[in-house]
Design a binder for this molecule. Structure first.
Ligand SMILES: NC(=O)c1ccc[n+]([C@@H]2O[C@H](COP(=O)([O-])OP(=O)(O)OC[C@H]3O[C@@H](n4cnc5c(N)ncnc54)[C@H](OP(=O)(O)O)[C@@H]3O)[C@@H](O)[C@H]2O)c1
Length: 288
């Protein structure tokens, strides 16, 4: 049997994703970067090869605001016939303005949650067949302690149309991701795949710098010097991805490389199941 390990990382072209991808490639993994900007993807690939000596770096282009792009990206990986031992759902956004994607969803909900749901569930058969009793495949969902800004999933206001505010909408998308992790863990109980949620801490990255508002132009830049470096931010993701002791900790939530307790809203298994079927119904056209 082939010993080579395979990983996919989203959002590796900036911030926390860069040292995460370098850390994965350093461990010899064949690493596929799912990114939206071909020039940034190619530059990162060259940097990873130069810094790690690992030449097994692939790029799949996808804009994670587009569900069709996400589905094409997972299909492209499946068609390659490669196994998959590690999926790091790292990409994420904070928007300070209300944006709706071409699929009709609030953009943070689309990128931070829906794209993760679709990519992960479409890749699950490969993750399952690549893991075994001694070495489970791993899914690392980079979420945020900011999920606590949402008390529950508001199915009446999924698209934040009733008064958009940046942090509550961001928190809502990350709570959806936490609940996805919870329900996925349950569904994976009898499979050689473990899923984890990770809070990287407050990290000095490009997060929230995409638009031209007071928050993105003044508040975020003012706070950034007090934040962790991207390398420090990547540490928990890499810990969870590779630490042997994390094996079997299916569904666990980590911050600062330690297991953390879940807030009440993130362990609501009834809401997790409701959200799962709500999402599954809406994404049904992507499953054949
Ligand atoms: N920074 C923090 O303090 C903090 C705190 C808690 C949680 N997090 C989480 O950590 C993760 C990484 O964030 P970061 O801080 O490293 O932010 P970042 O520097 O802005 O990087 C975000 C990454 O996601 C990619 N991305 C964003 N929208 C995309 C789209 N539509 N399609 C494809 N890729 C897309 C970006 O691609 P481009 O390079 O093309 O822009 C970039 O590679 C996110 O999930 C974030 O929510 C961060």
């Amino acid at each position: 049997m082939e010993d080579k390990k395979y990983a996919i990382i989203t959002g590796a072209t900036s911030g926390i994703g860069i040292p995460t991808a370098i850390g994965v490639a350093k461990r010899g993994y064949h690493t596929t970067l799912i990114c939206r900007n071909p020039a940034k993807g190619e530059a990162l690939k060259q940097r990873i090869v130069a810094e790690t000596g690992n030449h097994d770096i692939d790029i799949i282009l996808a804009d994670l605001t587009s569900l069709e792009d996400v589905s094409k990206a997972s299909q492209c990986y499946i068609d390659s016939g490669k196994p998959l031992h590690l999926l790091i759902n790292n990409a994420g956004i904070i928007n300070t303005t209300h944006e709706i994607t071409q699929d009709g969803y609030e953009a943070m909900f689309a990128v931070n949650y829906l794209s993760v749901f679709l990519l992960t569930t479409q890749l699950l058969p490969v993750l399952k067949s690549s893991g075994n009793q001694d070495n489970s495949s791993r899914i690392v969902n980079v979420t945020s302690e900011g999920y606590k800004m949402a008390r529950r999933i508001d199915f009446e206001n999924i698209n934040a149309e009733k008064g958009f505010k940046t942090f509550p909408a961001y928190g809502h998308s990350k709570l959806a991701l936490m609940l996805f992790n919870l329900e996925l863990a349950e569904q994976l109980s009898y499979h050689p795949v473990n899923t984890y949620a990770v809070h990287p801490g407050a990290v000095n990255t490009n997060l929230g710098s995409g638009d031209n508002t007071i928050l993105s132009r003044f508040l975020f830049p003012m706070l950034r010097p007090f934040f962790k470096t991207p390398e420090q931010g990547a540490a928990t993701t890499l810990h969870v991805a590779f630490e042997p002791k994390a094996d079997g900790q299916n569904g666990f939530y980590y911050a600062s490389s330690k297991v953390r307790k879940l807030g009440k809203q993130a362990k609501d298994s009834v809401q997790a199941k409701t959200l799962w079927s709500w999402t599954d119904n809406r994404l049904s056209k992507f499953y054949n």
